[in-house]
Design a protein around this ligand. Structure first.
Ligand code: NAP
Length: 254
């Protein structure tokens, strides 16, 4: 029997789920029948996205969360279990990006990026662990970046945070496979979201995409949703610890 993409009656938490890549993934999961917890730093946009998702015929709630704060993450897990009684899928997506050239980078910038991009993924995975374990078949989908595979210039903290997510993914895969928890990572290339809006207006950056990206364009958030659904579902039941770029071919050069 071919394992299914069906996510009916499953529960997924999507961090940073109110917009950009997180929102596209949340909608993708919902379209396959999954109930969604939209977790984001700001409550109002998260509530709006949850309302939009409910129109797809699934249940959805919004939980205001700072993924870098342990109490806030515990509250996210408690609210999820209170509403849905279980957690089948965790999509670690909330992240921040700003340039940190090595020679002028302040320690507080390094700490801030690490706290959200790396500690946030660990805190959410650890807090969700008892519930993911209970399901005996559950999935964590981490969103890293091609910056974790090939350093972006002037972005040391971001690059290191994303490289560490790749190793965190493999570590979770090693340690939690025995509990039926699979963990895989998507490495997006340049995707059109609020995070990249300013960058993508730059003519030199646009030109560099034409040269460096075989498909010669940035991706759309929706173009990541299919893989996220696959990794979250039983269709990928023999995959764990995998690191998969979706980058228009950017990493062909590596
Ligand atoms: P985005 O549009 O900026 O969305 C990120 C979301 O995460 C925002 O809603 C943001 O809320 C939220 N967030 C930030 N800090 C948070 C925190 N401490 N706790 C909870 N939520 C928080 O970015 P995106 O482009 O969709 O990126 C999503 C993920 O993909 C990130 O991990 C990013 O590094 C990764 N990625 C993006 C690209 C790209 O080209 N766009 C490429 C590779 C990887 P606020 O706005 O309120 O801060």
């Amino acid at each position: 029997m071919i394992p299914e993409f069906n996510l009916k009656n499953k529960t997924a938490i999507v961090t940073g789920g109110c917009r950009g890549i997180g929102k596209a993934i949340a909608i993708g999961l919902a379209k396959h029948g999954c109930n969604i917890v939209v977790s984001d730093l700001l409550e109002k946009p998260a509530v709006n996205t949850a309302k939009e998702i409910k129109k797809l015929g699934v249940k959805a709630i919004a939980v205001q969360t700072d993924v870098s704060n342990k109490d806030s993450v515990n509250n996210l897990i408690n609210q999820t279990v209170k509403k849905f009684k279980k957690i089948d899928i965790l999509v670690n997506n909330a992240g921040i990006f700003y340039p940190t050239p090595l020679e002028s980078m302040k320690k507080q910038d390094w700490d801030k990026i690490m706290k959200v991009n790396l500690d946030g993924y660990l805190l959410c995975a650890q807090a969700a662990f008892p519930y993911l374990k209970k399901q005996r078949s559950s999935a964590i989908v981490n969103i890293a970046s091609i910056a974790g595979l090939s350093a972006f210039a002037g972005s040391a903290a971001y690059n290191c945070s994303k490289a560490a997510i790749i190793m965190l993914t493999k570590s979770i895969a090693q340690d939690w496979a025995k509990y039926g928890i699979r963990c895989n990572t998507i490495c997006p290339g340049v995707i059109v979201t609020p995070m990249t809006r300013a960058m993508l207006k730059d003519k030199n950056f646009q030109a560099s995409l034409k040269i460096g990206v075989p498909l010669q364009r940035p991706g759309k958030p929706q173009e990541l949703a299919g893989l996220a659904v696959y990794l979250a579902s039983d269709a990928s039941s023999y995959m764990t610890g995998s690191i998969i770029p979706i980058d228009g071919g950017w990493t062909c050069h590596l």
